[in-house]
Design a binder for this molecule. Sequence first.
Ligand code: ADP
Ligand code: MG
Length: 722
Amino acid sequence: MFSLTTPITELASFIPRLGPKTAHKLAVEICTAVGYSHLSQATVEDLLFYLPFRYEDRSNLLRIRDVVDGLKASLEIVVQTAGNYPIRTKSGKTLSIFEIGGRDATGQVRAFWWNQPFLANTFAQGQRVILFGEWKYSNRYSCFQIENAEYEILSEADEEEGEGDETMTIHTGRRVPVYRKLGAFKTRPLRAFMYRLTSMLTDVGEEFLPAELLARYGLPSRLEAFRQVHFPETAAPFELYLRGRSPAHARLAMEEFFLLSVALFSRRSARDQAVKGTAIEVNDRIRQVIRGVLPFKPTNAQKRVIKEIVTDMMSPHAMHRLLQGDVGAGKTMVAVQAMIVAIENGYQVALMAPTEILVEQHTLTIRRMLGTTAYRIAALTGSLKPKEKQELRASIAAGEIDMVVGTQALVQESTVFARLGLVVIDEQHRFGVIQRTALAERGLQPDVLVMTATPIPRSLAMTAYGDLDVSILDELPPGRQPIRTVVRTESERQKIYDFIRQEARAGRQTYIVFPLVEESEKMDLKAATQAAENLQHFIFTDLKIGLLHGKMKPAEKEAVMAAFVAGECQVLVSTTVIEVGVDVPNATIMLIEHPERFGLAQLHQLRGRIGRGTAKSYCILMDSPKNSPEAKDRLKLFASTQDGFVIAEKDLEIRGPGEVFGTRQSGIPIFRVGNLVRDRDWLEIAREIAYKLLSERSRTRETARLMELAQARYPQAEVQLH
Ligand code: ADP
Ligand code: MG
């Protein structure tokens, strides 16, 4: 018999009425859908995870006699007439209508579709079809009719299909799955095939979910789950299936969440057992150094977090900690303190950021902060000449550099440290589990501190960062003003400019931000440059306008920034380079052009640049009539809150996990069933049970087996100790 690992290409010998040719075609389509490169990789399991994207409840197909006006229902009818005809509207336009007439044993109905003449190729006399939608009584035709119905053709000629009994039990009179077209395979043959596959399936591997979990949440066995997720049983509310929340869905999602949690926890505990190669202590001398360089009194949150970090650093096991904090909460200062501790203990530190601009900004800030120390700080950036890079790497390897700031790629690739003790990663949502570990697994097993630029949703923290301890900076430095955020339209532009001028006269400054994305970089640059010129020559002739963008030379950028900081220019037109690190407390207005092109988290970052001084600050989003209702909603939501955690959750909800973090490259595990937004509760449960199981002191053979399975399923979460 076949099992989950049987290649699809071999299925023809097991499944009746499935020829080798069709099996081959199926395998090809699954390979395309999943992204495999070899046919043999496509297995029965992959087929089973080709889940219906919706379901239809055909267990109660209505008869025409029982329809009442306004009822939403499915009717199965036989098509009697079908055809197109034009009609003329009152305004003189011509529209086409495709109409069918049909009947069952109890009466007649009519269905029509606007402007879809091609339906003539779909419907034909004598066909049996299901029509779903809202039925209205038509006085003119003296029967019920339906407009733009959803439909399914039941008796489509299909060489795959055995007719007769099977059709009766699979496609009607029950809850049926509806599949997205898989290559040339339409829903109906797929349904028939899945039916045979799931009813013949017996070997689904071992049961690895704890019995306690299954019992407590009423989850079906693996086999039952596969069957029910394709052919819903009637015990669970149909609506749960439609939302992907049936017990069958829960079981399959739980497997993913559970195994990932096991992988993450076992990785963590393996790490915790290893003793790191560095030894850190903190004494009065070091405390003195820190006090000497810190420009401010730390907030209570900063104090708490630095204590958590230093405690980790002093432990014999490597630190793996995530520092979460809202924009402007002061993460840099926390990182700098940790770095001082490491350097004072005689170790090197590396600070990595995702972009060159960020690297430059961090270098500036940190050089300023550590100006009085004798630390040797170097920036490893792309603008270095090959020879300079080589020399710098030699000094790092010789231990002559204390702190290296650079992009992750640059620091990792062929940089050897003499005694690397601490790695700080400023993430910005761009790195994932895999890359994060590359440096950490070298040499002394340094402490690792990951900082996210903006808060991240809890469900994501538990998966993508689930192997890390978490510190949260939940307090902003004193004196921050709430920012008033408004959505405005083009008609109000003049008023906005007047306001900017008025603030400028009062001695305050404005950012005007333009989006810049790689795909349309040239056009975006032009838009920003042109806007700066127009503003200077036609609008703010009495003010000085600065322009800042990523294509400028570092020296130019610095000059512009310095002028803005000094208050010599009142309006700074900029692409997103100001997103991070820029700190001008005197800037009180941020006007964002095309805000719909930014992600919510990015907007939040931007807005964090104002509201830093004592005067009231304003963030103005320039809405356009072209924006979709969804885009408008997003802007409205953004204007309504300044809480970064709320915004992060919303961002995930609106854009969905796939878009926010979903690529394989980002190292975040992809779930085939589970959904980080919809199934947050299941994730919590799975994680809790995995944790409980693995933290029980006696490791049984089952937990060992579980860890094996988990690492096979999520290999990127595996720890590599050497
Ligand atoms: P983020 O957490 O977004 O990286 P930063 O580290 O850039 O935040 O800090 C934001 C701003 O707050 C900076 O201007 C920094 O100098 C300032 N800051 C940080 N900590 C304090 C503090 N304890 N008191 C006053 N200002 C602070
Ligand atoms: Mg920062």
